[in-house]
Design a protein around this ligand. Sequence first.
Ligand code: PMP
Length: 442
Amino acid sequence: MAGHVFARGAGLPTVARARGVEVVDTDGRRYLDASGGALVVGVGHGVAEVVEAAAEQAARVAYVHGTVFTSEVLETYADELAAVLPVDDARTYPVSGGSEAVETALKMARAYHLARGQDRSVVVGRVHSYHGNSLGALDVSGRARLRAPYLPWLGRAVHTSTPQEHRCPFPGHPDGCGARHAELLEQTILRAGPDRVAAFVAEPVAGAGLAACVPPPDYWPAVVEVCRRHGVLVVADEVMTGFGRTGSWFGCEAEGVRPDLLTAGKVAGSGYWPLGLAVASGQVHDTIGTGLVHGFTSSHHAVGAATGLAVLRHLREHDLVTASRERGAQLLTLLRERLAEHPWVGDVRGRGLMVGVELVADRSTLEPFDPGLRLTERLVAGARELGLLVYPAAGCADGTRGDAVLLGPPLVITAAEVAEVVDRLGRALDRLLVTSGAAGRR
Ligand code: PMP
């Protein structure tokens, strides 16, 4: 299809329809959606009750400005969210996606400190992280390739380490790695000036930048302790990990963390509405009072709230959080078995239905491939030919080198479909070895 869409290149198939975990194009080709787009479609494609809730709200009243009216659906959504969010006395600010949620949380952090008479403006992010492509969120992100063209517009945030268990640089790993990362965080805070640091932003399980690297168990308690000691707000970016993706309602739960601010997106609207959420604890909210100078035309959207509420109830009523935990464990086990002998598979990791497969040139040293080989791109294309959609996470080894794909299917995936995903990905990887074998050798 050629046209006037500012698109991502020629040759994309044209989508026709989707149901559950399956997407069909206009040529009738069927794809198993092992990535839910970009780990978005939590409740699955084509869920009638979500569509109906959105349509019904749009018919009743689609839009009023969020500063002029509230709506019953928005109040109900915020109440039901508060029951599942790992944030004390949670106050939700709904926006139109993950990047907007992160921007909003950053402004909340700044507003919180200003309200307390503190001029804190520095935000600490982590290397290889991804928090969005708008300039504030990109500044906090650590992904070198995404930052490169925009460096003149970035530079207010600073970055600390992020755990990569399979590449851990610390002696004596794994004992005490969390403490080592916490030391590095503290050094970063001290270098920036502890009275200038407003917030630390991190994903509970690293997503697009590191393809589902799970931190060691002592990581989060240690970094949170450092933040608390220096009055730095803890911002958990749960845009990818939230709403059941990692087998608990939110990734923070597994880490025993109650953040001051939390961001969500993706599964929140499950693709039926571009929904993001910035959430503040009651204490942060009350301190800010009327001090948040901020707003978007489409924040607090009634149709967005109706969609989010229907998704939330669907997740709850079908116990999709437990399903994510169980199917995720199955996916991890089957992938590890199937790929155990593959010479290019360096690591298979994840939590719940958020699983990463990393490719390396050398399994013993974990040396990444030359990025010029574009192996991630070729694997994604090869999988698509076999009717499997996976999400690319190139640059996962050191920001510029490293190949991986991220799996994050709808949480409704069945055991048989999980087995089929593993079979197709295994075949795509075997084919890659055959077609790229010579090129792949260093
Ligand atoms: N934070 C994280 C952790 C993400 O994974 C993403 C999207 N991949 C974002 C923020 C940005 O979200 P969006 O693309 O909806 O703006």
